[in-house]
Write a protein that binds this ligand. Structure first.
Ligand code: ADP
Ligand code: MG
Length: 620
């Protein structure tokens, strides 16, 4: 949705009081942890100086192995070595069945259940496997930084849904980490480059990792980022480049493509090494067993051209989905190890007509951005200000209530995803339907807000005004999709609608609506108070008239009746004007002159209810 800069309250802590917080890129292929040290965000190395931790977990009967050595065992011990677990997070078994070919695990669990993986150490859920990766990163951070962490910002793909985000949070909890926030990966990359400091513009984040490709289009206006579109291909990445080279070796060397697992593994390693070498040289000698060949960069580029073309197609679609033209993209950020491939860079530059940003290591850029945000969230002031970037909703979301007022359910700047519920009630006796009018904006009166959707809740059982309880739930998911549902709690009748609040509003419009809300804040408050008084007055008049109709003849004499009628007329007259105080006063007066009448009505209902029953019955 949007990134918004807000000031973090609190003082800058003294250096020795600095609260330790880290950013974690929990990737499909590789994971990293980064932190701010001496004002610079950098990835933290392990004891051997390695910053990248392959996202591979191998279970032994009595221990857990994580990282490169586990990854190396993927071919020899495939059933106990879990790779690409990120693809399983927050998914049901039926969602991941099609991955069976790529992930040769023994899944257990029913159709609708979380896929558990059977290992020598028992059944492991994807959450537990991810937690094992996170534990290693946490220990590394604590050892490197020398203290307990107050928390971590963990990045997730922009398209992750609530279940996938929740699973990520659960994994963090299991690893003993406090999640300061989940941050979208493209957002983190933009933060790492300090793009939030720019005035405005559209930014594209091109992320080509080991097994996945993501493209995100963000729009920035005055410090506010909006995710305009996301796209990509969940089965496209550097691994495919490796496969292409492996096939080339098989053909060139005249090998059978029916290799045993260990030969397969060494072939893939050879292919991957050749690929990475070609990033820096024009040709490599490829040695596989007794065979030796030469792979030129040009030949490699020809092999991967179709895959690059697929990624560009997804970019064009995402740009089109954003409703903009390619040349409106003002910066392109390269993320993911596979964007090191020179041909990938060139193709992206060609498509967007500009050089992509590559100065920050593409493997590290997401973790670096996450660490910057983690540090700020932990309460440490940054040099040059304490600006903070969040994925937030840009304008408040709410409902129309009586009197044409906007009742905010989710205030602007709330981080997403978010769900909020609020209870409302009926206005009239026996009211059987309710119109739910969903609005966006900061102003008090609905006429100054933007109408997003209307729907009806019908079938509310007959009750007196104010007795029905209608819970209205607003939910904004990670993509900024708003759904609103209304439910009458006693009967369970329900109705809902989906709206896309951010789309269709230009940033200029958002800025104007915000400006108006500040400018008119004073007026709005007066208007709101007046509306509320008018609603109170109207409600009282309706109640009094209903009562007069029912019991006026029976319980009031002519003079009493005349006094009440006069006060009602007086209040009606005042309601036409704008004198809130006068309306309030007259409402009180009408209420006073009808007090005795109300008491008499209550009396007579009680008497009627008690008629025919003796005292003993009543006392019981
Ligand atoms: P993920 O986001 O999926 O965890 P990464 O961003 O870490 O993945 O990217 C991993 C991919 O980057 C692997 O396919 C790896 O081979 C590739 N890669 C890393 N370094 C290079 C390089 N120098 N040249 C080409 N590809 C590289
Ligand atoms: Mg990644």
């Amino acid at each position: 949705m949007a990134l918004l800069q807000i000031a973090e309250p609190g003082q800058s802590p003294k250096p020795h009081q600095r609260r330790l917080a880290v950013g974690i890129d929990l990737g499909t292929t590789n994971s990293l942890v980064a932190a701010l040290r001496s004002g610079i965000s950098e990835p933290l190395p392990d004891q051997n100086g390695q910053v990248i931790l392959p996202s591979a977990v191998r279970y032994h009967a009595d221990r857990v192995e994580v990282g490169q050595s586990a990854k190396d065992a993927a071919a020899t011990d495939p059933l106990n070595t879990i790779i690409s677990v990120k693809r399983l997070m927050g998914r049901g078994i039926s969602d991941v069945k099609h991955l069976g070919e790529q992930l040769p695990y023994r899944f257990i669990g029913g159709e609708s259940h979380m896929p558990f993986i059977e290992t020598v150490q028992g059944a492991k859920s994807p959450v537990e496997v991810s937690a094992d990766i996170l534990k290693v990163l946490r220990q590394r951070a604590e050892a490197t930084l020398g203290g307990d962490l107050v928390g971590a910002v963990i990045t997730v793909p922009a398209y992750f849904d609530d279940a996938q985000r929740q699973a990520t949070k659960d994994a963090a909890k299991l690893a003993g980490l406090t999640v300061l926030r989940l941050l979208n990966e493209p957002t983190a990359a933009a933060v790492a480059y300090g793009l939030d400091q720019n005035a405005e513009g559209v930014v594209a984040i091109y992320d080509l990792g080991g097994g996945t490709f993501d493209i995100s289009i963000l729009r920035l206006t005055g410090g506010v980022f909006e995710v305009m579109a996301t796209g990509g291909d969940s089965a496209l990445g550097g691994d495919d480049f490796d496969h292409a080279i492996a096939s080339w070796i098989i053909t060139e060397a005249g090998l059978s493509d029916d290799l045993d697992p260990s030969a397969q593994r060494s072939l893939m390693q050879t292919a991957c090494a050749a690929k990475e070498a070609l990033t820096d040289t024009d040709s490599v000698d490829v040695v596989h067993g007794a065979w030796t060949g030469v792979l030129t960069r040009a030949a490699f580029e020809a092999l991967i051209e179709p895959m690059i073309a697929r990624s560009l197609k997804a970019c064009r679609r995402a740009v089109r989905d954003s409703g903009i033209e390619l040349d409106e993209v003002e910066a392109v950020v390269m993320v993911g190890g596979s964007t090191r491939v020179p041909r990938v860079r060139a193709a992206v530059a060609e498509l967007f007509g500009r050089q992509p940003l590559t100065e920050i290591d593409p493997d590290q850029v997401v973790a670096i951005g996450a660490a910057i945000q983690a540090d700020t969230l932990a309460g440490n002031k940054r040099d040059g200000g304490e600006l903070l970037l969040l994925d937030v909703i840009p304008l408040s979301l709410g409902l129309e209530t009586m009197g044409g007022l906007m009742e905010k359910v989710i205030p602007r700047n709330t981080t997403i995803p978010v769900a909020r519920a609020q209870e409302f009630t009926t206005y009239k006796d026996g009211q059987s339907a309710m119109m739910i009018h969903v609005l966006q904006g900061e102003r008090e009166l609905i006429s100054d807000c933007r109408s997003l959707a209307r729907f009806d809740l019908r079938g509310i059982p007959a009750m007196v005004a104010g007795a029905a309880k209608i819970r209205v739930t607003f939910q904004v998911d990670a993509d900024g999709l708003l759904s609103v549902s209304a439910r009458e709690l006693a009967s369970g009748v329900e109705s809902s609608i989906q709206v896309k609040p951010s789309y269709g509003l230009t940033d200029g419009e958002i800025a104007r609506m915000l400006k108006d809300s500040f400018q008119y804040a004073g007026d709005d408050k007066v208007a709101r108070v007046l509306r509320e008084q008018q609603v109170d007055a109207q409600r009282l008049i309706e109640a009094v008239e209903g009562a007069l109709q029912a019991d006026g003849e029976r319980l009031l004499d002519a003079e009493e009746r005349m006094v009440i009628d006069m006060q009602v007329d007086e209040l009606r007259e005042l309601m036409k004007g704008t004198d809130g105080a006068a309306i309030e006063q007259q409402t009180k007066r009408l209420s006073q002159v009808t007090d005795a009448f109300a008491a008499r009505r209550l009396d007579s209902t009680v008497k009627a209810a008690l008629a025919g029953r003796n005292l003993n019955e009543i006392e019981e």
